[in-house]
Design a protein around this ligand. Structure first.
Ligand SMILES: Nc1nc2c(c(=O)[nH]1)N[C@H]1C(S)=C(S)[C@@H](COP(=O)(O)OP(=O)(O)OC[C@H]3O[C@@H](n4cnc5c(N)ncnc54)[C@H](O)[C@@H]3O)O[C@H]1N2
Ligand code: MOO
Length: 401
């Protein structure tokens, strides 16, 4: 049987994927969303010449030398301009952010002023023109492009959009991924358990992987190994508006591997099934109209490694987010034997040792072993048919954390 190479599988999975349509969200809901439209300034900031300090607005000509005596003729707190003009020998009390009074061209900070009583002050330090003044438009001007389409809305971007007077933003809709576990042997954590049953664990990790790239996960629970049971959850996923349906298990060749039949019965066109990868060989991908269907292998490690390699890039692209695997070059901490035809993702502990990375594979790589996966912080990537490698040889490592 021909197995699709990993890189080709990813290319086919991402082929034609465009970011989802935009939706409008209030600023408080916009954190960690992706801009679907550029953001331009709806106003100039600051909108007026403003004081940058608490102090006194005056004419630089009058405070070029110190000490200098001035008469305070009024005040301008933030939010209220002084409506007169500062003349020779005069000053206006100002506070940070207040509009600069007409006639003034410098601000003397209050630490450099001594009050003399009766509205008179003495300036103790010479102060040059333009000191402590923010001219209108210092930050940005109306119409300026402030944030590019595709920008992830982090704290600074959100405050900037707010200061440019946008109460709402157009963002890429979050992809909705429906997750369906399959298998008579599965029971949710904490539920009553028969002697031949195991805990359904894959959905939790897959949902977390989806959330880590900005998708919303809808866990539809466990379908028994019957076509109608699986089909019912697939229909529920479609009705919920899923952009992606991820099934767990039932992707291999056993008597109860019904997922393919059900998905095609519900209208899926298969793109590929079975890839040259370990773990993850039974990976399945197809399309049901605009919905992308990924059949993840049931073995827990295969499910999660395939989530990292395929589900995350797909969801990131649908959500308009950049995504790249963190691949580094490390030195093997132990010899590895020759590889077969499947690209191998080998659970390993990667640590820094004397300025270089050393990746040591676990001796047992069974794809049911979640504990080993949780202990691993990287996956050594072994190309198909890679020759035997000695301790110290270099190898690519996909970092998991
Ligand atoms: N004759 C062959 N047998 C198998 C092959 C093969 O090519 N020929 N492939 C093996 C590989 S590789 C994998 S991976 C598994 C995957 O098979 P399925 O996708 O059909 O998965 P299941 O048979 O349903 O389950 C496998 C295993 O995983 C457990 N499982 C399933 N779902 C969950 C879940 N949500 N949470 C936790 N554990 C789950 C299930 O109980 C089984 O133990 O097939 C090999 N066999
Ligand atoms: O994909 Mo399977 O995990 O090699 O057992």
């Amino acid at each position: 049987m021909t197995l699709v190479p990993v890189a080709e599988a990813l290319t086919r999975l991402l082929d034609g994927v465009e970011p989802l349509p935009a939706e409008s969200v209030a600023l408080h809901e916009a954190h960690d969303r992706v801009l679907a439209e550029p953001v331009a300034a709806l106003r100039t900031q600051p909108p007026f010449d403003a004081s940058a300090m608490d102090g006194y607005a005056t004419r630089a000509a009058d405070v070029a030398a110190a000490p200098a005596r001035l008469t305070v003729i009024g005040a301008a707190p933030a939010g209220r301009a002084f409506d007169g003009t500062v003349g020779p020998g005069q000053a206006v009390r100002v506070f940070t952010g207040a509009p600069l009074p007409a006639g003034a061209d410098t601000i003397v900070i209050q630490e450099n002023v001594r009050a003399l009583g009766n509205g008179a002050i003495e300036v103790l330090e010479p102060t040059a023109a333009e000191r402590n003044i923010r001219r209108a438009g210092l930050d940005f001007r109306e119409g300026d492009l402030l944030l590019e389409k595709g920008r992830l809305l982090d704290p600074a971007a959100l405050s900037l959009a707010a200061s440019a007077n946008h109460p709402r933003l157009e963002v890429v809709r979050r992809p909705l991924v429906a997750i369906i576990a399959t298998g008579d042997e599965l029971v949710a954590p904490g539920d009553a358990l028969g002697p031949d049953q195991i805990i359904s664990s894959n959905a939790y990790g897959v949902a977390a992987a989806a959330a880590s790239v900005g998708a919303t996960a809808l866990d539809l629970g466990i379908a028994a190994d019957r076509k109608e049971a699986i089909a019912a959850l697939v229909r529920q996923a479609v009705a919920a508006g899923a952009d992606v349906i991820v099934t767990l298990g039932g992707a291999s060749v056993g008597d109860h591997d019904l997922v393919h039949d059900v998905l095609t019965g519900e209208g899926m066109t298969l793109d590929f099934w079975k890839i040259a990868m370990r773990p993850g060989k039974p990976l399945m991908f197809g399309r049901m109209g605009a919905i992308r269907c990924i059949g993840l292998p049931g073995n827990p490690v295969a499910s999660l490694v395939c989530s990292q390699l395929f589900v995350k890039p797909l969801l990131a692209k649908l959500g308009g987010r950049p995504f790249a695997q963190d691949i580094r070059i490390a030195h093997l901490g132990a010899a590895m034997r020759e590889n077969d035809r499947r690209e191998d993702y080998v659970r390993a502990v990667v640590r820094e040792d004397g300025g270089r990375l050393v990746a040591t594979p676990f001796g047992i790589q069974d794809s049911s072993m979640l504990r080993k996966l949780a202990d691993a912080n990287g996956l050594i990537v072994r190309a198909p048919h890679a020759p035997a490698a000695a301790e110290g040889d270099t190898c690519p490592v996909l970092m998991l954390r």
